[in-house]
Design a protein around this ligand. Structure first.
Ligand code: DAH
Length: 340
């Protein structure tokens, strides 16, 4: 009897649907009973052998069984789907309050930041910002600055020599020469830039560092003018009281020459590697421009005079941000750079 087989199939299918342990197993059950070549489909093929009066009742029963099995299947399938979704949500969730991890903006190097600040300060005082080449002539770097070939001052600056009378500039002072020749007196100029020395690298020495040169030439420029500008410079830079001392210093291109030191802001005085355990840092050497330097640039020292200074920009940055090792500045280390 076809009705009986139908009942048997129905109860077996129901049991299989509830027994299916996974979504895949459930799908296999569906194919087995409800699929195109499944048991129910097989039975409906046998319908053609039935008598016409049986056909209607068996057909109805077949449909009922089919619908009820499909319903059971859908309920079970929905349960599996929900469990799968719950499991996914438990692991794959997104915290919308977390900061985005996409682009990390860069920042301006501390040396450049301080350089730009000082440029602004001097521009407001009527100074022009000049740029000079890092590969200089021996003449601009030394001779024109009153440091002739056999002058012992050449030994003070360990030089990277290039061929053909060129070198890597050891200081920004050659830009004084270029400035005087290009612009003539009266002159107010600064020249920030990178300089190079053939030096043993340690916490306070680098082969590459930054200076900021300054020069003012006019009639009647005196030490009082020099001191005024240096005080203005330091006030603008530190925006707080710093202890300074002025002592005589020797540089062939100035006469008289001074060393303006500030008390070490890393250790506050007792001494540390940065101040070479002296408690003081040479920050701002300066002086009145030597007549030979003016003369070499075609300026009459009888008519004009001036002052010049060579700010140690790298040292200044170290003081300002309490950086205890100069090597950080050129390191490119993001752990360091990110702080600025
Ligand atoms: N050029 C000198 C150096 O690198 C620093 C310096 C000293 C510059 C005195 C000046 C100055 O303009 O007047 O050691």
């Amino acid at each position: 009897m076809i009705e009986e087989s139908l009942q048997q199939i129905a109860s077996k299918a129901q049991a299989a649907i509830s027994a299916a342990a996974t979504s895949d197993a459930l799908e296999a059950v569906r194919v087995e009973y409800l699929g195109r070549n499944g048991s129910l489909a097989g039975l409906s093929k046998e319908m053609k052998n039935l008598k016409p009066e049986e056909k209607a009742s068996v057909g109805k029963l077949l449909n009922q069984v089919k619908n009820s099995l499909e319903q059971d299947f859908d309920v079970r399938k929905a349960a599996f789907d929900k469990a799968a979704l719950d499991a996914r949500l438990a692991t794959e969730w997104v915290d919308l309050t977390l900061p985005a991890s996409g682009t990390r903006p860069g920042s301006i190097h501390p040396c450049t930041q301080v350089q730009q600040e000082i440029e602004d300060l001097f521009v407001s005082l009527g100074f022009t910002v000049l740029d000079g080449p890092e590969v200089e002539t021996e003449n601009n770097n030394f001779d024109a600055l009153n440091i002739p070939t056999d002058h012992p001052a050449r030994d003070m600056q360990d030089t990277f020599w290039l061929t053909g009378g060129h070198l890597l500039r050891t200081h920004t002072s050659p830009v004084q020469v270029r400035g005087m020749k290009k612009l003539g007196p009266p002159l107010r100029m600064i020249a920030p830039g990178r300089v190079f020395r053939n030096e043993e690298v340690d916490a306070s020495h680098e082969h590459t560092f930054y200076q900021l040169e300054g020069m003012m030439i006019d009639r009647n420029v005196s030490i009082a003018n020099l001191i005024y500008f240096m005080k203005t410079l330091l006030a603008g830079i530190f925006k707080r009281e710093v202890t300074v001392r002025l002592r005589p210093g020797y540089f062939p291109f100035v006469e008289p020459g001074f060393e303006l030191d500030i008390q070490c802001l890393i250790c506050g005085g007792p001494g540390c590697p940065v101040c070479k355990h002296s408690g003081w840092v040479e920050l701002l050497p300066c002086g009145l421009v030597h007549p030979n330097v003016l003369r070499n640039a075609g300026i009459d020292p009888e008519e004009y005079g001036g002052f010049a200074f060579g700010l140690g920009l790298t040292r200044l940055v170290m003081m300002r941000y309490a950086i205890d090792d100069i090597r950080w500045l050129q390191s490119g280390d993001l752990r360091f750079l990110k702080q600025f």
